[in-house]
Design a protein around this ligand. Sequence first.
Ligand code: SIN
Length: 485
Amino acid sequence: MIEHTNACINGVWVAASSGATFAVENPATGQTIAQVADLSATDALSAVDAAYTAQSGWAKRTAKERAAVLRRWHQLILSEQEALAQLITLEMGKPLAESRGEVNYGASFVEWFAEEAKRIYGQTIAAHQPTQRLLVTKQPVGVVVAITPWNFPLAMITRKVSPALAAGCSVVIKPSEETPLTALKLAHLAIEAGFPAGVLNVVTGLDAPAIGEALIADSRVRKVTFTGSTAVGKRLYAQSAATVKKLSLELGGNAPFIVMDDADIDAAVEGAMLCKFRNAGQTCVCANRIFVQAGIYADFVSRFSARVAALQVGDGAHAGVEIGPLINRDGLAKVEAHLADAVAQGARVEVGGTRHSAGALFFTPTVVSGVTPQMRMAQEETFGPVAPIYCFNTESEVLALANATPYGLAAYCYTRNLGRAFRMYEGLEYGIVGMNTGIISTEVAPFGGVKESGLGREGGPHGIDEFLEVKYGCFDLGLDPEECR
Ligand code: SIN
């Protein structure tokens, strides 16, 4: 299953110049599954050399030719669905069924942007002078650095890289040091699909801050796209200022999940299960604060808790498992700290609340009631299988609570009142709103946040614009203005 452990630069598999490697561990068992090339920041720059050299040739291909290579990559990813899913589960722990879903989800971006490659349109503008003609065209931004997270080791790469490649950019991918193996397999399939050498490169390494800084300092890199924490995103934003790079940042969230007393409670419980416990609560769009209106609060807490108590926890590679491990010790420690803080301030554990016997990084799916906005779990992303429930009385109260955060990625609301649904949609200060649904992710829609949740949009018709520059041409016809009248 593991074919490559070296970085992929200019179509060649390369070790670190020092020969150093780092261990990739299976979070479910703690076992080392591979030793991967530990590139230095200087090593990583050779990927920029390759990408810079390859970019103009790739951009000169017709959109139809680029689309054909992307479509072949899409087919190869799907034909390797099982192997890729096994690899995702092995290196980051999510249940196999979710990993298979991620392969389909990730492949869908490749297909979507293969189609969008052929729909990059320009404009002509009615000129302000009779002797001139005005043209607007779009051109690829150039070399793109994509810094990607461990929680979706495949889909977060394809969501960034496919529009870049479709637009005619070349890319240097720096995958998370927790999950480099899926990225390397994607690169293998990209080579098989026919991307020219240097168009898609993967640099692996443990010292992500140093590698990121070196890549961003290089003036040949014209765009940085990142998914990860707000703290790291702010650092990359500051580093990019020196060379005024374009940026897309998909950062942290603090998603409110609001259940009004006129909601379909069964649907809301189902939506909350999917929204909160997908990937063991390790997604940026996971419900982080569940607000339930007073009239249905007790009923919701009891129905939801019964469902959570029945979740199967274990190694994601085993059949029937619904909740895998947390990614690492820091992830587990954060979950425990948030819970301890909430309990100390009076919250009540309805279900779970402890580590799970399945292994060192497992936590029992937990429901906490009586949570208040002062608690840590109200202010920060818990990124784990803990569902905090708050009670509220009025629509205006919950809207204010939901918006009282520096984050603004995804929000959810359940109501059967049409007017209320529109009021909530318009009032929630978020880039994405799920109305009567807990799952909003799809390749056909723009994904991204406002406020400190980030910049730019990924996916949908807007996703490719992030990798294109607008060029305006003013053409003088060389005529006397009088001749034109
Ligand atoms: C994320 O957690 O960053 C991505 C989640 C998704 O695409 O649904």
